[in-house]
Structures are given as structure tokens and as C-alpha cells.
Ligand binder design. Structure first.
Ligand code: SF4
Length: 682
């Protein structure tokens, strides 16, 4: 028997835990601890434990497929790529679009955005950060000059106070949550702000149960109280910020008095005072958030408000402090870094900056569309409502028919696409709409890198061959480029060569190569070959800002786009569970995870449920202005009265039948976290 361990990095959440894949006779059969990782110290959550189970699922894609007369038929690679090349040539330019993948490697994302820009000549390039942390990228860049998590996963354990808002990290990022529990054991105070009494909130010393969509009011109220008590860090404000007076004038308005904020948020005044007191008393406070902050029509302003709290109290630039968005997908940070966005090239170099355009045109040897393209919501809107303008989509590894809001709208958009190519490891629910499906290998079958939430670039390593004729994503892209006469622009023999080309063009990655990241990875920025990487950002200066200073600004509370009324009296919020990962493509093919969590549900406050005669296990119809969905009910005291919750992983009871499409005007992130619904017993 041939047996080996292959160290790799988890394909699920942005925490970026490392573990070993157990390989017997050339097949991945299990996972085992990898003790050396500074992120997770050998531990993993249930998803990581079972991250081998989907790898050899019988329905992995094995050959290219072309749809003929409404049915998929197997095709050779030549036949499939010839057809795709012919069609892509027809739609070159702004009639085409590309969606990259936060689950794929840095190398795959670099290759696909380069293909979109060079070969398809389109500015319409995006990926699913749009749906989660685009508000973080835009919001933190506005105030700090960088859109990334400021600190490291390990230093969450070194804080004296954790201010967690809109993050159920106990379920969504369990090994990052473990660090916060380490801090708690050492005496740190834990404050959790969430409309649900989540497993994370149950670990807290103080649970602030505010209404979904009232974060800015809560934060402005807190900051007013901190200023009233003279608890602001005057030295930090004076030396390291601008815009304070205007900001202060805004938060000191009567409408943000604790009494008024209590009315808006539904939180007792004393709880808000306690949170402020604890932050004041702590030597170091860390702020942690996830999608409860970003997935709002005010997502960017929510993010900036969290940043302001940390600037106001001087909790920046030191271990145990900072603004720490826990990124969602395993490589959503990396896909952003790779320029899988409509407004930036790799390394956040702007497509509207002439020098950056010239740099990439020179490096890649082709002219490029130097304009900002469409985001995913704008692509779907255009496919749905103006299909004459946008006709073709190359989609790698995303599943919008489950993951995007208002499924009826997504269905219309996908049906309107004249030519859809899906590249994936399974025939996903979205791939069913495709004209051509291209089979790719998964994380366990390729070399590559991914970048976790703390900016750590880590390795995937090939543990087994992919099934059938499946290929590396970057290899498929390069072969397609060759079919379209541009193979010389994609000359790579292996993933390491893709990485080297990318690193040479990406300032944050310039000092990295496969040899340097072999052991523990490196955290960017890593600008030179002898740079040790960066654990904490903004220690001395905010390097990306004019004068190196962070920027305060006045921000007003604005309610969600859709308000409750007599017909739709409940607020719906959505989120993740510990067992599954966004659209369930991988986790729902894991026997163990599916056994422990076989389907979705809707959480209903016990008083609301009693008023409607609903018991746990009853099937209810949840409905909004967009659609309806049948789903089992769970009666619970853990959710605020008037608020309901659905996990978003489950095809058979998709929360996104009823969610709402309005998005933040800057980040274009949809408002998954607040819409008006009703329920009725079936
Ligand atoms: Fe994987 Fe995230 Fe779980 Fe770590 S915490 S094992 S990265 S899913």
C-alpha cells in the first residue's frame, strides 16, 4: 500500500487552516492534522475535517460537454474549445463578461482576469467578493488606503476586548473564533452585536441584539457616548487622522443620543454604555466583522463606521487591535488581489490609471479596455433587462442560481445569455444553464496558492490526479487563448510560472515565490525577496492615504431599502452554518456534513411563532415581493422578535427566492441581510 500525507490549505472559509490530505494508493481518503500552521495550530472545524469527502464524489465532471437540442453531450477538448473560441471571438469586447472564482487559486484567477482583459477585450470582470466583502474592499480603502484585514488571525488571541459585529464566527470562521475564545480565557471581554443569539453571541459577556440594518445608528451612538465621556484617544486622532471635527459634529447630534439609538436599534441604553465602558477600559480592542456589516445597501458606510470606532479609540496599528473583516471564501482575498474585479488590475492598480494600463499592456503585450466594467449584479441586471447589450459569460466555479439574491431575476438573466460557458468541478445548478461545460480539477488535484483573510499566501499541493479528462483551470484558460491565437501570452508550463508572472506585476506579492511560501506562507505586503511579510498593517502610517493619515467622515444612519409593513411584517436576515459552505456544491456532497445537517430551515422568534400557531418542524411558506419558498420552521428564543433567519446553502429551500436585489451604491454588494417577508403555515 502506498501511503502519504500531502500538506494543503482548506478549500472552505477565509481563515485558511492547513491540514494534511491522506493519500492511499494515489487516492485522497482523509484529512489529518498539520501542526505547523500559525493559523490553526493543527485544528480544523467540521468542514475541514471532511474536506476530502467530495473530492472523489461519483458525479465529478470528467469530460467537456456541449448542449445540443437542450441536452448535454460529451465532447472532446478540441471540439469544446473550438466552439468556445469561435463564439468568444464573435462577442469580443463589451458584449462579453467574465466571472472569476473565490474558491479557485490565485493562479487560476490571475489567468482568467488576464484572459478577460487581453483575449476577450472586456472590462466586465468580477467575482463573488461582490456579494460579500466588496464593501470591505471599498470601505477600508477609503479610510485606511488598503481594503484588507489589518491584523492577523493569531493576534485575535492577544486582545483585551473583542468587539464583534455582524459575525457569527463560531460557525462561519470557527478557527478564527477559537482565537477569540483564547483571548476570553486570558480575561478579554467579548461583545457580540447581532440580531440573532448565535452560537458566537452565546460565548459573549455582552450580547447587543440590535435590529438588522441599524449598525450605523448603534456605532454613532457608541461613539457619541465615548466622546461625551472623554474616552476618545486624542493623541491618535491628532497625529494619525484627518476630518475629526466634521465627524464629531455628526455623531454628537441629538438623534444619536443613546435614548434615540435605543429606539432605532431596540437595544437597552445600559448595554450600549457597558460596551463603551469595556472598550475604554481595555488596553487593546479588536473589531471583528463579517457579512452582517457588509451585505447592506449601506455596507461601505457600515465598514467605515467600524473603522471610525477603532480610530476614535486609537485601536489601530498594534497586535490585538485593528479592523478585522473575516473574509468569506477560502481565496476571496486572493481573487481580489489578482484583479478579478472590474476596476483594478492585480495588486489594486486602477484600470483608470494611465500608468497602470501601460504597465500591464507592456507586460502582457496587448491593448486593453481601460475602463471600469460591470459588477456581477450589473451583469445580471443587463442580461435580464437589456440582453442586446451583454450576450456572453465565461463563468468559473460560481453558482449564482443559488447564491445571488432574487432567484427569479437570476433565472431570467441566465436564460437570456446567448452563450454561457461554465468551468467547474461538478455540474452545478448554474451549469445546467450553460452551452458548454468545461471540467476542472479541485484543490486536492493541483498545485497553487490561496490567500487567507489575514493576507497569508499559502500553498495547495497536488495529492491525486483529477478525474477523467479534467484539467487545471489556468491550463484550460491558456489552451483557450491558444485557440484564439494568443497562446504566446499564456506560456506557462506549471502553476509556479503563473505565480512568478503575477508576483512580478503585483507590488504586494513581489517578494514571494513558491520556495519562500513553502512552509508557513507569507503575509502581504511582501515587497522584496528578503521581506518577512506583514502581520499588522498601518503601524506607523496609513501608507495608501494622502499624508499617511486615516480619514474620518460624517455618516448618517439610513434604513434598509425595504421596510416592513402590514403585508410583510418581518425582517429576514440570512447567513451560514457550521456544516455547509455557500451554495453547497462541495459540502452537500460530503456524506458526513449532509448527515449532520441535511436541509435548511427558517428561524422564527418563539413569540412570533406562537402568535401564528407555528411549531418547530412545521413546513411554512416564507414569501416576499420577489417570490416564495417552502421551508421547515424552527421556533427559538434566540432571534429577536420581528426578525427571521434562513441559511443560504440549500437548493431545495433557497433563501434567495425571497431576498432583495438593491445594493450598496459604491460596492454594489446586495442587501442580503435585511428584507421584508411574511410566513404562513402550509
Ligand atoms: Fe476550513 Fe475555515 Fe474550518 Fe478552518 S475554520 S477548517 S479554513 S472551514
Amino acid at each position: 500500500m502506498d501511503f502519504k500525507y500531502v500538506p494543503t490549505t482548506c478549500p472552505y472559509c477565509g481563515t485558511g487552516c492547513s491540514f494534511n490530505l491522506v493519500v492511499v494508493d494515489g487516492k485522497v481518503v482523509g484529512t489529518a492534522p498539520f501542526q505547523r500552521s500559525p493559523v490553526n495550530e493543527g485544528r480544523v472545524c467540521p468542514k475541514g475535517s471532511y474536506a476530502h469527502e467530495f473530492v472523489n464524489a461519483p458525479d465529478r465532471l470528467k469530460t467537456p460537454m456541449i448542449k445540443k437540442d437542450g441536452k448535454f453531450v460529451e465532447a472532446s477538448w478540441d471540439e469544446a474549445l473550438d466552439l468556445v473560441a469561435e463564439k468568444f471571438a464573435q462577442y469580443k469586447g463589451e458584449q462579453s463578461s467574465v466571472i472569476c472564482c473565490a474558491r479557485a487559486s490565485n493562479e487560476d484567477n490571475y489567468a482568467l482576469q488576464k484572459f478577460g482583459r487581453c483575449v476577450m477585450q472586456t472590462p466586465n470582470i468580477d467575482h463573488c467578493a461582490r456579494l460579500c466583502h466588496a464593501s470591505t474592499v471599498a470601505g477600508l480603502a477609503q479610510i485606511f488606503g488598503s481594503g484588507a484585514m489589518t491584523n492577523s488571525v493569531s493576534d485575535l488571541a492577544d486582545t483585551n476586548c473583542a468587539f464583534i459585529i455582524g459575525s457569527n464566527n463560531f460557525e462561519a470562521h470557527p478557527l478564527a473564533g477559537r482565537r477569540l475564545m483564547q483571548a476570553k480565557k486570558k480575561g478579554a471581554k467579548i461583545i457580540v452585536c447581532d440580531p440573532r443569539r448565535t452560537p458566537t453571541a452565546k460565548q459573549a459577556h455582552l450580547h447587543i441584539q440590535h435590529y438588522s440594518g441599524t449598525d450605523i445608528a448603534l456605532l454613532n451612538g457608541m461613539m457619541q457616548y465615548i466622546i461625551q465621556n472623554g474616552w476618545e484617544n486624542k493623541d491618535f486622532i491628532e497625529k494619525r487622522t484627518v476630518g475629526y471635527e466634521e465627524f464629531k459634529k455628526n455623531v454628537m447630534q441629538e438623534k444619536y443620543s443613546l435614548e434615540n439609538v435605543s429606539k432605532i436599534t431596540g437595544v437597552p441604553v445600559d448595554d450600549i454604555k457597558t460596551a463603551c465602558q469595556w472598550i475604554h477600559e481595555a488596553e487593546k480592542t479588536t473589531a471583528v466583522y463579517t457579512l452582517g456589516i457588509t451585505q447592506h445597501t449601506v455596507g461601505v458606510d457600515n465598514v467605515r463606521s467600524v473603522g471610525f470606532l477603532q480610530m476614535l479609540t486609537g485601536n489601530m496599528g498594534k497586535p490585538g487591535t485593528g479592523v478585522n473583516p473575516l473574509r468569506g471564501q477560502n481565496n476571496v482575498q486572493g481573487a481580489c488581489d489578482m484583479g478579478a474585479l472590474p476596476n483594478v488590475f492585480p495588486g489594486y492598480q486602477k484600470v483608470t490609471d494611465e500608468a497602470a494600463v501601460k504597465k500591464f499592456e507592456d507586460a502582457w503585450g496587448c491593448k486593453m479596455p481601460a475602463k471600469i466594467g460591470l459588477t456581477i449584479p450589473e451583469m445580471l441586471d443587463t442580461f435580464a433587462d437589456e440582453p442586446e447589450k451583454l450576450k456572453c459569460l465565461y463563468l468559473m466555479g460560481e453558482n449564482p442560481i443559488i447564491s445571488d439574491p432574487d432567484i427569479a431575476h437570476v433565472d431570467k438573466a441566465l436564460k437570456n445569455i446567448e452563450f454561457l460557458v461554465v468551468q467547474d468541478i461538478f455540474l452545478t445548478e448554474t451549469a445546467e444553464y450553460a452551452d458548454v461545460v468545461l471540467p476542472a480539477v479541485c484543490y486536492a488535484e493541483k498545485d497553487g496558492t490561496q490567500t487567507n483573510t489575514e493576507r497569508r499566501v499559502q500553498r495547495w499541493r497536488k495529492a491525486q490526479d483529477g478525474p477523467g479528462e479534467s484539467k487545471y483551470d489556468w491550463q484550460i484558460i491558456a489552451e483557450l487563448a491558444a485557440k484564439m491565437g494568443m497562446g504566446d501570452k499564456f506560456p506557462w508550463a506549471n502553476a509556479s510560472e503563473v505565480f512568478d508572472e503575477m508576483a512580478a506585476l503585483t507590488p504586494q506579492y513581489c517578494g514571494m515565490n513558491y520556495e519562500r511560501i513553502e512552509k508557513e506562507g507569507l503575509q502581504w505586503p511582501c515587497p522584496t525577496c528578503d521581506h518577512p511579510g506583514t502581520k499588522v498593517l498601518h503601524c506607523e502610517t496609513f501608507a495608501g492615504m494622502p499624508d499617511g493619515k486615516s480619514v474620518f467622515a460624517p455618516i448618517e444612519h439610513r434604513p434598509p431599502a425595504e421596510q416592513t409593513d402590514a403585508d410583510y411584517p418581518f425582517i429576514l436576515t440570512t447567513g451560514a452554518t457550521i456544516w455547509h459552505w455557500p451554495s453547497g456544491t462541495m459540502t452537500r456532497r460530503s456524506e458526513s456534513l449532509n448527515r449532520d445537517c441535511p436541509t435548511g430551515w427558517i428561524e422564527i422568534n418563539e413569540e412570533d411563532a406562537a402568535e401564528m400557531g407555528i411549531e418547530t418542524g412545521d413546513i411554512v411558506t416564507a414569501y416576499s415581493r420577489r417570490g416564495e419558498v417552502d421551508v421547515p420552521a424552527r421556533k427559538t428564543p434566540d432571534i429577536k422578535k420581528g426578525v427571521m433567519f434562513m441559511p443560504f446553502h440549500f437548493w431545495e429551500c433557497r433563501a434567495n427566492w425571497i431576498t432583495n436585489t438593491p445594493y450598496d451604491p459604491v460596492s454594489k454588494t446586495p442587501e442580503y441581510k435585511a428584507c421584508a417577508i411574511n410566513v404562513k403555515k402550509k
